[in-house]
Design a protein around this ligand. Structure first.
Ligand SMILES: NC(=O)C1=CN([C@@H]2O[C@H](COP(=O)(O)OP(=O)(O)OC[C@H]3O[C@@H](n4cnc5c(N)ncnc54)[C@H](O)[C@@H]3O)[C@@H](O)[C@H]2O)C=CC1
Ligand SMILES: Cc1cc2nc3c(=O)[nH]c(=O)nc-3n(C[C@H](O)[C@H](O)[C@H](O)COP(=O)(O)O)c2cc1C
Length: 177
């Protein structure tokens, strides 16, 4: 068996790169809902697309969101301490791409209509569900911060087909029945 060198000529960790690639290939098979996570407050308004969102507990109602510390929106979320998880419906793929990076913040928000629930974080008109939250704890893990959140208010939109991210693409999910 040929051993792979731990570092290439440029000093980069090739073993680590292979592990990351393998991890991502595996994660590409783990289907996930698509959300736009927003915030507003003293540090300003920001939002990003997130598939790393998960239910934690129903008492108290709580969820978690994983945010890369290198994202342009990171400092704004950390400073505001509130966020709203907006779960997207089939047909909102363009919004998911817009909030998926590299687009100026005003352009991202100009593409949709927003209101607010309790915290002042933007709630997306036409979302399947909106979870208005206060960030209660932040745990650093690898490249990401895990933001644990208490859900203060839930908005339920129309019952529409859902949107998932699977195999590096968006897919619609039909309502059963
Ligand atoms: N959890 C995250 O931070 C995610 C970030 N992305 C961003 O979008 C880009 C394109 O993603 P794909 O087209 O799906 O191809 P990809 O091969 O980069 O990612 C495949 C899967 O790996 C996971 N993933 C990707 N980057 C990650 C990261 N930095 N930390 C933890 N998990 C990660 C996600 O589940 C993603 O669907 C990624 O390179 C990343 O920048 C996408 C999905 C999740
Ligand atoms: C489908 C999809 C899912 C994503 N999920 C996450 C996620 O869960 N956590 C995260 O930190 N970034 C995620 N990203 C990347 C962020 O949306 C992106 O880095 C963010 O918009 C910040 O980009 P910016 O630094 O250019 O502003 C995802 C991107 C896409 C397209």
């Amino acid at each position: 068996m040929q051993m792979q060198p731990a570092r290439n000529a440029a000093g980069e960790g090739v073993v680590e790169d292979a592990a990351r690639r393998e991890f991502r290939d595996g994660m590409a098979r783990l289907a996930a809902a698509v959300n736009i996570v927003t915030t507003d407050g003293p540090a300003g308004r920001a939002g990003f697309t997130a598939s790393a969102v998960c239910s934690v507990s129903d008492s108290p109602p709580s969820l978690l969101v994983c945010l890369n510390r290198s994202a342009s929106v990171y400092r704004t979320f950390k400073a505001n301490q509130v966020l709203c998880v907006n779960t997207l419906a089939h047909g909102q793929e363009d919004l998911a791409l817009l909030f998926g990076g590299r687009t100026p913040m005003e352009e991202r928000f100009a593409a949709a209509s927003w209101s607010s629930l309790e915290t002042g974080a933007p709630a997306l008109a036409g979302a399947l569900a909106t979870f208005d939250c206060r960030i209660t704890e932040i745990v650093e893990s690898g490249t990401h911060d895990v933001m644990f959140c208490e859900v203060l208010a839930v908005g339920l939109g129309e019952s529409l087909p859902g949107l998932i991210y699977f195999a590096r693409r968006f897919h619609g999910v039909a309502i059963p029945g």
